[in-house]
Design a protein around this ligand. Sequence first.
Ligand code: PNS
Length: 164
Amino acid sequence: MSAVTTRAVYPGSFDPLTNGHLDLIERSLRIFDELIVAVVTNPAKTSLFSDAERVEMIHEATRSLGHIEIMVFEGLLVDFVKRVGARAIVRGIRAVSDFEYEFQMALMNRKLREEIETVFLMPHEAYSYISSRLIKEVAGYGGTVTGLVPPGVEKRLTERFRRR
Ligand code: PNS
């Protein structure tokens, strides 16, 4: 059988990257030969960290992992996936509550480009309650997020909220 390189895209806001995201990146690399972590840029949405900062934090946390690229994208996800020559979109499902939104997105993406598949992976259950939104809220009120985000992200969160 001839070797086939499978490339997948893991899209998200990553504002900021959490250990749940990192777990999903590692799991994806066990299945796909190459992974593009795609950071969405949305001028209409305010994020805590800039595109460059979000990319930088992912770089720092994934330095030891091979076969991974981090890119920023704007516009329709499926167009980006097609442009980079990937066939799959990876998304995480932490709990049943994630399912409805993810299912809608997957079906809309399939409607837009039926050749692209969405693959759902479950992060480790230790991370099932973590979200970037909650991390920002806890860190914003001075709570500890140690062990829930990579050390580089924790440092930046501390700096960001100290300045406020
Ligand atoms: O981490 P998030 O915020 O849940 O990620 C959502 C993301 C970036 C995957 C989604 O908003 C997206 O795909 N945005 C790009 C625009 C797009 O393609 N919208 C149609 C989705 S069906």
